[in-house]
Design a protein around this ligand. Structure first.
Ligand SMILES: CC(C)(COP(=O)(O)OP(=O)(O)OC[C@H]1O[C@@H](n2cnc3c(N)ncnc32)[C@H](O)[C@@H]1OP(=O)(O)O)[C@@H](O)C(=O)NCCC(=O)NCCS
Length: 159
């Protein structure tokens, strides 16, 4: 009989393992927490101490240590989220600009904070420590430490 998620990852806290899908070939670091009804797709790499909120859809991406992904986020394949990033609720990353390829992948630098409801377009880099306002559509790179808001997101404050 197949192992439960709790048996596969004894050092991870699942809020409701029966309602969480963890596919094969997923890595989750010790001390991570995974909310109810999250789906972790094959190839997902999740660091230590990281929280994946309820109703998140996590594709084959790389998420660092001590990251917080709040409720209802969709994190696409190939995304890299570095250590200490905060991703607010219902954030969507995208990886297919022309919706028929080629793919390019968002990268969110260490300690950045992405406001709830934001959309991060393919290939965009959000610099370390940057802040993205709630509801932003990030179409271009955001420099480290900058604050960017709106649709399309514009830098309103430099570090
Ligand atoms: C971006 C943010 C950090 C700015 O906060 P702040 O530095 O205190 O800035 P202010 O509230 O003083 O707003 C400054 C200006 O930016 C505008 N602004 C602020 N947030 C905005 C946003 N998300 N989208 C568009 N404009 C925004 C304000 O209307 C204001 O405009 P004005 O100068 O024309 O009046 C904050 O507004 C925000 O969006 N935080 C994210 C919250 C979130 O999603 N949390 C997730 C966990 S619940």
């Amino acid at each position: 009989m197949a192992q439960s998620s709790e048996e596969r990852f004894p050092n991870v806290r699942f809020y409701n393992a029966a309602l969480t899908e963890v596919q094969d070939d997923v890595a989750i670091g010790d001390g991570a927490r995974v909310g109810s009804m999250a789906i972790l797709h094959a190839g997902a790499r999740i660091g230590t101490g990281t929280t994946i909120g309820s109703h998140c859809n996590i594709c084959a991406c790389t998420i660092g240590n001590d990251v917080s992904i709040q409720t209802g986020c969709h994190i696409t394949r190939g995304v890299v989220i570095e250590d200490g990033v905060f991703v607010g609720p219902h954030v969507t990353t995208l990886n297919d600009k022309l919706q028929g390829g080629p793919l390019s992948y968002p990268h969110i630098g260490k300690g950045a904070r992405v406001g709830g409801g934001s959309t991060i377009l393919p290939g965009v880099t959000i610099g370390a420590g940057a802040i993205i306002g709630a509801g932003s559509v990030v179409t271009k790179d955001v420099p480290p430490g900058a604050v960017a808001v709106g649709n399309p997101a514009r830098v309103v404050r430099q570090p």
